[in-house]
Design a protein around this ligand. Sequence first.
Ligand SMILES: Cc1ncc(COP(=O)(O)O)c(C=O)c1O
Length: 382
Amino acid sequence: MIYLDNAATSFPKPEPVYQALDKFARTSLANPGRAGHRMAVAAERTLDDTRHALNQFFRGESPDRWIFTLNCTDGLNLAIKGTVKPGDHVITSDLEHNSISRPLRALEKAGVITLTRLASDDGYLDPEAVRKALTPKTALVALTHASNVLGTVQPIEAIAPIVREAGALFLVDAAQSAGVIAIDLRATPIDFLAFPGHKSLYGPTGTGALYVGPRANPRPWREGGTGGDSSSETQPTLFPYILEGGTPNVLGVAGLAAGIAWVANRGVEEIRRHEVALLQRVVDWAEGTEGWRITGRWNPATHVGALSLVVPEALTPQDLGSILDTSFEIAVRPGLHCAPYIHRALGTFPDGTLRVSPGPFTTDEEITTFLNALTEITAGVL
Ligand SMILES: Cc1ncc(COP(=O)(O)O)c(C=O)c1O
């Protein structure tokens, strides 16, 4: 299989990740507990060490501000639902994944918040539009760092100070950027950073993290055992335990730690450049082939490794995805990519586009095979 669906989840994982998962599962897979037996303490240490690694990687305030989550959606929901109060105003955009759009729209429909959804221009948000949308009631600005449909990277370094100045909290969805774009939490005033562990940080599925900056104090939405402070009648107020009820995915976190180390060693920009260079070939092919076009302004300097193609009218993205899978053993992602608002804005709703997302292990030869397959399929219908 030629796997070009890394924007959904990365595959394969780097070899050290498989090794870490195997070793941890065989030797240390106890229930973490600060006051427990040595295996429990060792498991707890894996969580602590990984919080340190995350804090160093993203230059956060301190390791205890990193909350392990089930995925990116889990962290985004925690940040959104733990923060907003009745009467608050929230700003978001048409680039968002449903993991931001749906919780916000549900809160809006329930009459809890008012919502402004900013329109992007050719895949990019304008920081000045954020400034204009802010009101004294704006409690939260929730934006994606990189569009999972278009791969375009948003100017969060310019947006963050505008949000901070207005006294609102800034939530960044780094699902498509964590591990491929450097994020410096000391240089950029971000209050919440949510991302999955299973995409460009190469952990297994079931992993993710939410960074909670010092100005944010979300209400816990999952209360329960925390591996310590058992006598307390309510959730301990200490970070990170206040936001982490129940047995964590410590096996997944062990894999995630190996993934972060691999990325740090390989270099974030090096990985991004490899993926974007492969996409450049797809862009050149689409621009030179009748019936095809790309969506979103193409700029290799502000792009991650995901690109959406508008397919010829005689085909649907679903047809193409299925032919690529069954006849060519190539995995891509057709459809709306859980981001309906941007497809409506682009005029690609409801069929969507064909998204291609190479990873660090994708080769030039695989892209050649993919482009030859597209050429062959389209030759039959045009
Ligand atoms: C931009 C964006 N946000 C959020 C998510 C949700 O991530 P998860 O599936 O880990 O919850 C995704 C997943 O594709 C995404 O691309």
